[in-house]
Design a protein. Structure first.
Lengths: 309, 506, 351, 341
């Protein structure tokens, strides 16, 4: 390890980078961790990646950053679990002369000076992409579009933003829709399936046009529930999911869902480039987007082999 | 004593689920008198006390203190109003120190803070006064029940209340300590404190009480002055039958076990560091061996080693012709050693389980969990023992914690008699048991031993020990100092002499 | 038996009330089973089916609680059971082989039983407090599950017979319901037809007295933790089979709280001693129905926690005789003496 | 005849009698030091004093709820609501100051009063209605998470409120770059809570009453102690501490997050129990709880310094360290107990 020379700030055999990850709460997240770790491993410019799992707790992440500061790492990468509340600890990093890069989610605008750049996805944008497809697909639905929504964990940023982005577009485009029900499936297949079963028994599936699931796992759980109730997912009801894991695309190929908004976790290499640039003091844009696409049923087949998680 | 009553209870009724514990009881206590409440186990004595002190709310009736009607909502309120109580089961918190128990709730303070130094000093003085020497900073749990009982009494006495209630305070004390306590009571009476005294020791009651109230089955039998009620009549009132049936147990001479017979149990050099010095002891079939000694002399420790409750760190134990190793309660009971511990609440009974379940516990444990005792057999056995030991109320499904103290003790006895052991170890089996039941138990011990069962018998009552035992082991300072064998030695005086001389021939 | 029925009365009333609310919100269909593909469905059957894992865990938890213990590791063990089975199946060339599925299930059960025995040994032989002993595996267990799956979510093919465990049915009744019901019966027989139940209650009620009575309390303690863990593993298998995948991080998350809740709603005290398996089952159904009720009456997700809190509070209060006495007092005829305020003294002694 | 002493209780072994109750906590402290030295030996910069100081920065809220939990556990109860009450308090601070525009000091007093009132209420339910503490407080766990989410389902920033700058104001002890360390004001609040709790538990009637009730509630009642006041009091203390911890969290981040502190009650219970307090009540020390919190923080620090553990290995290692710690503690405590007899 490069721990011994860590105080020298970038000289020596390479950089020591501290990475405060959110947790391991989903396949998306583990894929993300994996990508960052393997990219650091492969990259000669990085001597050591210190990885700390925050278990979805802001305090744990703050604690990790303070530990990085004590250890005098060269660059800190933070994937913040929430947007607010980082001012003090980011200030401490700045005082210690350690630059901070945000990965994935962002922090509130007022703290913009305290990090160099953010590399990640825009959840609201993902919601808008999903919304755009819905508007396009159901634009000439005569009797109005009836929608079910499976939200992520209540109160979490992706859940909030994917919801607001989606309905923002629907409202802006004046789509005639009705939100029949919207419940949290906690981003898990288990609860996604359970909630969907209840939706089916409560509302029935006849007359429901669209299911919007905030992530893959809930969507896949819901698909099972729909199948077990004797309906055909993707036909009897159209389905949008966000994320786009292998399993999600496989379901797409099988014709069980209709639209995937990608949220790409595999940005490790891109992140390492950013980290090295930051360590070298290069100036940068505040936001570096991760490349992400959208896929409809015509593209699933072709895209499946490219999936890395 | 001719003053107005300080406590007057009239028409008290108290129902528990399924039991009417008190039914229209009147009770009057006058300043400066010592008033005994008498009755069999389960007669309602403790309940009467608890109703008075606000532990239970009466279902009917009136309580007057100093002429004013009162109704306490908690024992704390009663204490604040000048009624200080020692309840039947020692009720202190044994995780706190002796001193803290003595002064809990009324600690000497400096400003808002407890003054521990003053508290320890006062505690020491208080215990010195009664004549016991304890480390007042040590947790109460490091002392035996007897000692805890003394601490509870000291606490109650020190509160200097108008009314002092003692519910079976002497059940685990030996005679010297009882004498000290009686002395303290006389002193307080002279100062005008009114006292309620509950005890199953009639000699103590006759020694100290001015007046007696007798209860039977929750009902008032009557109130008498001690002078006008001879002992036999009192017993008659308590039991509701003629006292003549309570004949004394006479030991049939111990001759029926020949000396050459191999002992059932033979102990050589058995001991445990810090608890009991290595000792030798043998018990033959059909023999009752008594253990005598003062409080803390190590009687309990002695029998716990034999029962496997504690692990011995030296010595050998032979039982039934075989050397015993790997001794624990389970193997002991499998070999036929039964142990009735002295503290029935913490070591004996499982309060939430029913009477029946508590009775068959040891039997079931020896059969293993898979072979449950058939219901019919179980019901029959339980009914048989409820009858045999006269356990009241005789409902086998009642949680055992709702039984009165004496009846709980009988349940514990029944548990061990059920497994028909070869050696029955009884640690203070007659503690808290009424005269009738005590005679029953003594008769039972005599009967069992003439059927060939060996019995090890620990009791604070020397009379009882001498009456029942074939041989008596005398302990002092955690050491077995002598075994008295000859008929001539079986006297209380002889035992006391042996304790004083430490076993050296006088 | 009478006291037993009394204990069950309030939970049953709450359960019925919840069902009535659902029927009022969604119609009588709520309670009436439907049949599709030869399998019973419908809202209430679905609730029962989904509650099966929780019931399994709560049954084991009941036994543990009867011995005055508690098992926080069941959620993690759930994840481990699921992870082992799914990982083993997806690594095999032919996921539809019946032998493979049996092997995977057996392996998962053996491992979870070993974990339970370990918990029991910590408690019985090392004298570690149950909450701490099981906290260790609560923390480490999910790590182990993730290690097994490599942090991925292994997905079993729908064709694998493994998924039958969660989705299949026998005589039209879904398999999870069968499994949970059989386990309920098995544990009830095991504890009530043998002396195990009484010995458990004895160990929980007074460990020292039990030891002196010659009960193998250590062995019994190990056994109940083992059974509890085994139940959790089985629950994990059912959960995984239902989804066809094992989510090491989220599978069975916080299920220990729900399980303990169900046990206590069912009338078993956390202080050990008497336990009520049927009460536990009703507690589980209350919790299961509650989740659906929130959706059915149209409350938003934010209400999930609040509604649960309210229902639990109502159950807890209704079960308290002191509360009932207090609330009914104005309606009762006054006794002859002035009645005291909620008299604390007696309540404490009644324990 | 009765010239001899009344009892034969030997007054020897008085030394250990008083000390046995300190064995678990001594074991905890000894192992804590061992953990620290292990860290120093293995990781560069671990000897930086800030490593220790940091335990009291990031864990200040945990310390405060653990102190409240100590009261409850000592009395023989348990409080599962602290994590949610804490999150709710933080959120309430944010809502009161940011949305409702109430002056921050007033908001803090309101929040503290509310936390205490909640404790009183739940304590009364537990005592008078004889509801099991686990269930009564579990209601709190669900209820306040729900209410927090209903106030806001996103995180709320309080950075505009000047008042909240106070908590993280540094006090420097020496220059941080050459061997000094710093602590923010909020750490001192936590220290103050510990000291007050220590004094209350050991030197006041209320505190001794807590031990008595924990030892045996029935005995305490029969001894005439104010059991109702004590039992309700401990939950009030815990509610107050949870609210205070929520305020400290507000100071620490100047933001409120509806999903914060999930599972914090378990962390607190773990810290209390690691510190040698028995869950059955009646035995333990608030200083043990401090040691327990430090152990918890130290384990996390060690894992962070190791830095190459994946999410799952971090959990497994945490479990193994905890296991080793508890077993060692048991071994030390047992040999200590043996020495006594
Ligand atoms: N909490 C309770 N619940 C139900 N029944 C009870 C309860 N307490 C006492 N009883 C019953 O009330 C009756 C009177 O009991 P009490 O303890 O007053 O007897 P006692 O005269 O003190 O007997 P002893 O001499 O054995 O102590 C008994 O039948 C007992 O079983
Ligand atoms: N070193 C010690 N200092 C003080 N007390 C001790 C010590 N060691 C043991 N004890 C306590 O002293 C008691 C020993 O008395 P034990 O119970 O054996 O006496 P006993 O003869 O059975 O008298 P009784 O049963 O009537 O109290 C035990 O309760 C034990 O806990
Ligand atoms: Mg009595
Ligand atoms: Mg004794």
């Amino acid at each position: 390890g490069g721990g011994d020379d860590s105080g020298d700030g970038g000289s020596g055999d390479g950089l020591v980078v501290g990475f405060a990850q959110v947790g391991a709460e989903s396949a998306w997240r583990t894929a993300n961790s994996e990508s960052v770790k393997s990219a650091a491993e492969a990259d000669d410019r990085i001597a050591e990646l210190k990885f700390v799992d925050g278990q979805q707790e802001q305090e744990k992440q703050i604690e990790a950053i303070r530990n990085f500061i004590t250890q005098q790492v060269d660059v800190i990468v933070l994937a913040p679990v929430v947007e607010t509340g980082w001012t003090d600890v980011l200030q401490e990093a700045e005082d210690a002369g350690i630059p901070v890069v945000l990965a994935d989610r962002g922090v509130e605008a007022a703290d913009e000076d305290l990090y160099v750049t953010r590399l990640g996805s825009d959840f609201a944008e993902e919601g808008r992409k999903a919304g755009a497809w819905a508007v396009e697909t159901f634009a000439d639905d005569p009797d109005g579009t009836r929608i079910l929504e499976l939200q992520g964990t209540t109160g979490s940023a992706p859940a909030n933003d994917r919801k607001s982005g989606f309905f923002e577009v629907l409202d802006a485009e004046g789509l005639n829709y009705e939100l029949v029900d919207s419940q949290s499936g906690n981003f898990t297949a288990e609860e996604g399936k359970a909630v969907m079963e209840t939706f089916i028994t409560t509302h029935g599936l006849e007359g429901i046009d669209l299911l919007y699931a905030h992530n893959d796992e809930m969507g896949l759980g819901a698909i099972q529930a729909i199948e077990e109730a004797g309906f055909k997912p993707g036909e009897d009801i159209q389905i949008i999911i966000v994320d786009g894991s292998k399993a999600g695309f496989q379901a797409g190929v099988d014709g069980k869902l209709n639209y995937i908004v990608e949220c790409n976790p595999v940005f490790g290499e891109q992140l390492m480039d950013v980290v090295v640039d930051v360590a070298n003091g290069e100036s940068m844009e505040k936001f570096t987007p991760v490349e992400e696409g959208v896929f409809d049923s015509t593209q699933f087949e072709a895209e499946l082999p490219n999936r890395q998680f | 004593m001719s003053d107005d009553p300080i406590v007057q209870m009239t028409g008290i009724r108290k129902d528990f689920t399924g039991v009417r514990a008190l039914d229209g009881v009147d009770f009057t206590l006058r300043p400066g008198e010592i008033h005994a409440v008498m009755g069999e186990n389960g007669a309602g004595k403790s309940t009467l006390i608890k109703v008075l002190t606000g532990v239970h709310t009466p279902d009917a009736g009136e309580i007057r203190l100093d002429g004013r009607p009162v109704r306490f909502h908690s024992p704390g309120a009663a204490q604040a109003a000048g009624i200080s109580t020692v309840y039947q089961e020692v009720n202190l918190t044994d995780n706190l120190s002796v001193a803290e128990n003595l002064f809990a709730g009324r600690e000497p303070r400096l400003g808002p803070f407890i003054n521990f130094r003053a508290m320890r000093r006062k505690a020491k003085a208080l215990l010195d006064d009664i004549g016991i020497e304890l480390n007042v900073a040590a947790p109460l749990s490091s002392y035996s029940i007897a000692m805890q009982q003394l601490v509870a009494i000291s606490r109650a006495v020190d509160i200097e209340a108008k009314v002092l209630i003692l519910d079976e305070p002497t059940s685990s004390l030996d005679r010297d300590e009882v004498n000290v306590l009686l002395g303290v009571m006389r002193r307080l009476a002279a100062k005008g404190t009114a006292m309620v005294f509950i005890s199953h020791f009639l000699d103590q009651v006759y020694d100290i009480a001015d007046r007696m109230t007798v209860l039977r089955n929750g009902q008032l039998v009557g109130e008498w002055t001690t002078a006008e009620l001879p002992e036999s009549e009192l017993i008659g009132h308590m039991l509701g039958r003629e006292a003549a049936t309570l004949e004394q147990i006479e030991r049939t001479a111990a001759a029926h076990h020949a000396a050459e017979e191999e002992p059932l149990m033979e102990v050589t050099g058995l001991g445990r560091r810090g608890s009991i010095a290595p000792y030798d002891l043998r018990v033959r079939r059909g023999e009752v061996v008594g253990l005598a000694g003062l409080l803390g002399s190590g009687r309990t420790e002695t029998v716990r080693l034999i029962a496997g409750a504690d692990r011995a760190d030296s010595g050998k134990l032979r039982f039934d012709g075989k050397a015993v190793n790997g001794h624990n309660p389970r193997t002991a009971s499998a070999r036929g050693i039964a142990f009735c511990p002295e503290n029935r609440k913490t070591e004996g009974l499982v309060g939430d389980l029913s009477v029946a379940e508590n009775m068959i516990l040891a039997m079931q444990a020896s059969r293993g969990w898979a072979r449950s005792i058939p219901v019919a057999r179980r019901d029959k056995l339980v009914a048989e023992f409820i009858e045999k030991l006269d356990i009241r109320p005789g409902d086998p499904d009642m949680p055992v914690k709702n039984l009165s103290g004496g009846n709980q003790q009988k349940v514990l006895l029944a548990r061990w008699m059920l497994i028909e052991p070869k050696l029955l170890i009884l640690d203070e089996p007659t503690r808290g048991i009424d005269v009738g039941a005590k005679a029953d138990i003594q008769r039972l011990v005599a009967e069992l031993s003439s059927d060939g069962m060996a019995v090890l018998f620990v009791s604070a009552e020397l009379d009882e020990v001498t009456r029942l035992s074939d041989r008596i082991a005398v302990l002092r300072d955690r050491e077995l100092v002598a075994v008295l064998e000859s008929e001539a030695d079986m006297t209380t005086e002889r035992i006391v002499d042996t304790i004083v001389s430490g076993g050296r021939e006088a | 038996m009478n006291t037993y029925a009394k204990r069950l009365m309030w939970p049953v009333i709450i359960l019925v009330a919840l069902i009535v609310v659902n029927i009022a919100a969604t119609g009588i269909d709520f309670i009436i089973p439907t049949v599709n593909d030869g399998r019973l469905g419908g809202a209430f059957v679905n609730i029962l089916r989904r509650s099966a894992p929780l019931l399994l865990i709560a049954l084991g938890m009941t036994l543990v609680i009867a011995t005055k213990g508690i098992d926080l590791s069941v959620g993690a063990v759930y994840a481990i059971g699921a992870a082992i089975a799914c990982q083993m199946i997806i690594e095999a060339p032919d996921q539809t082989a019946l032998g493979l599925v049996f092997g995977a299930v057996a392996l998962a059960l053996v491992v979870t039983a070993v974990i339970g025995a370990w918990n029991g040994v910590m408690v019985a032989y090392f004298g570690v407090q149950p909450i701490v002993a099981t906290l260790i595996l609560m923390i480490a267990g999910r790590g182990i599950a993730q290690l097994i799956t490599g942090g991925q979510i292994p997905k079993v093919q729908d064709a694998s017979p493994f998924t039958e465990l969660g989705r299949g049915s026998f005589l039209a009744v879904p398999l999870p319901i069968w499994i949970a019901a059989l386990m309920l019966i098995a544990i009830a027989l095991l504890t009530r037809k043998t002396a195990l139940g009484m010995l458990l209650e004895s160990v929980g009620g007074n460990p020292e007295a039990s030891r002196l009575a010659g009960i193998r309390s250590k062995g019994i303690t190990v056994l109940v933790y083992l059974v509890c863990s085994l139940c959790a593993g089985l629950a994990g298998l059912i959960g995984a089979a239902n989804l066809g995948s094992a989510d090491a991080n989220n599978g069975g998350l916080w299920i220990e709280l729900d399980a303990i809740l169900a046990v206590v709603i069912g009338g078993t005290a956390l202080l050990g001693g008497r336990f009520f398996l049927l009460g536990t089952a009703i507690g589980v159904m209350i919790i299961g129905t509650l989740d659906d009720t929130i959706i059915n009456v149209g409350l938003s997700s934010q209400w999930q926690f609040t509604a649960k809190a309210i229902v639990v509070f109502v159950v807890a209060l209704l079960q308290s005789p002191e509360f009932r006495g207090w609330i009914l007092k104005p309606f009762k005829r006054q006794p002859d003496a002035p009645a005291p305020e909620p008299a604390p003294a007696e309540e404490v002694l009644a324990k | 005849m009765s010239t001899h002493q009344l009892t034969e209780r030997p007054s020897r072994s008085t030394l250990f009698d008083g000390l046995t109750r300190y064995i678990p906590i001594s074991a905890t402290v000894a192992l804590l030091i061992a953990l620290y030295l292990g860290g120093v030996a293995n990781y560069p910069n671990f000897d930086n004093p800030q490593v220790v100081a940091k335990l009291f920065i990031d864990n200040a809220p945990l310390l405060v709820i653990a102190v409240g939990m100590t009261f409850v556990i000592l009395s023989g109860g348990i409080d599962l609501s602290v994590g949610s009450v804490m999150a709710f308090s933080t959120m309430a601070c944010a809502w009161l100051t940011v949305e409702a525009g109430i002056a921050a000091p007033v908001a803090l007093v309101l929040v503290l009063a509310f936390g205490t009132a909640w404790g009183l209420l739940i304590g009364a339910v537990i005592h008078y209605f004889d509801v099991q503490p686990f269930i009564a407080t579990l209601v709190g766990l669900f209820l306040f998470r729900g209410l927090t989410l209903q106030i806001s389902d996103t995180d709320v920033s309080m950075r505009e409120i000047e008042f909240f700058q106070w908590g993280m104001t540094h006090v420097d002890f020496g220059n941080v770059r050459d061997g000094g360390f710093w602590l923010p004001y909020l750490s001192f609040v936590a220290f103050a809570v510990v000291i007050i709790a220590f004094v209350v538990l050991h030197y006041t009637r209320f505190g001794r009453g807590v031990y008595a009730v924990g030892g045996s509630e029935q005995s305490a009642l029969l001894m005439g102690l104010p059991v109702a006041r004590t039992k309700i009091g401990v939950y009030a203390v815990s509610g107050f501490c949870a609210a205070l911890a929520g305020i400290l969290a507000a100071f620490a981040t100047k933001s409120a997050n509806p999903l914060a502190n999930v599972g914090a009650e378990l962390d607190a219970i773990a810290a209390v129990v690691i510190g040698g307090t028995l869950l059955t009540g009646g035995a333990g020390f608030v200083l043990g709880t401090v040691a327990g919190v430090m152990v918890w923080g130290m384990l996390n620090t060690l894992i962070a310094f190791q830095g190459n553990l994946s999410s799952w290995w971090a959990r497994i290692v945490m479990g193994i360290l905890l296991l080793a710690f508890i077993l060692l503690q048991r071994v030390l405590a047992r040999s200590g107990e043996k020495r006594r007899t």
